[in-house]
Design a binder for this molecule. Sequence first.
Ligand code: ADE
Length: 295
Amino acid sequence: MQIDIVSVFPEYFDVTGLSLLGKAQEKGLVTIRAHNLRDWTHDVHHSVDDTPVGGGAGMVMKPEVWGRCLDDLLNVTDGSALQQPTTDQTADTADAEERKEARKSSGDESYGIASEADSSADNHEAGAAKQVLIFPNPSAPLFTQADATELSRAKRLVFGCGRYEGYDARIPVYYRNQGVDVREYSIGDYVLNGGEVAVSVMLEAITRLLPGFMGNPESIVQESYTGDEPLLEYRQYTRPTTWRGMAVPEILTSGDHGKVDRFRRDEAIRRTSRIRPDLIARLDCSALDKQDRRL
Ligand code: ADE
């Protein structure tokens, strides 16, 4: 996978050379390049923003600078639009909704994308031809584990980090009209100073799903939000079995794997009901066993 990140603070991404992501780059699983948006400015001040049309506080990132930058990175030639340009602002949300609906009705396969539990290299190839342009945006649909899974199958990702009051709304619309798969995502219901931290979050959630990234791929399959049943994970313990007077649940030391599995599943369902009732409401009840329903 090749990842390009555009930011006015490309140094933010120096840390991608560390830890597991650094190792993944050494192994050749992923290449990450951070670019400075100001390299595409033409004025002496290297300005990337301007005041909002219609008035209001703050500054908005200019479309011309982003346009030059993204034309270069995405190899888009001006005027090569695949469909009639439109600045219809409903187009972007409609696109996201369409993808969501398609996922709901027929699973991720509708995009040539394998299911989440299946993380083998072969199945990863299924969605590999794709190049996706991603903008973090606090006013966009929430980024989920399903999005991370889908995007981990792309061949190339280009992230654009907004700053100030955001970027000119015509930028994603233009590239969508050029036939580029453009996504806008929020990472949570709070506002950050810019897109860099949000991109770091998405980057980590996506790249850790690349085949060969994790020493033990099983650890991904067992995680919260993964698979058809997005339950929070059960609590984990290690030795000593008693610490400061607190013993681990006895059943975990019983050696009875069936009982341990049942105990963990009960705990996952109970914790999810208490902490994230919204996830329980989305569960497919027909997939629950008799014991689950008792809870
Ligand atoms: N930029 C600022 N806040 C953000 C958020 N919550 N998610 C994505 N991008 C952002």
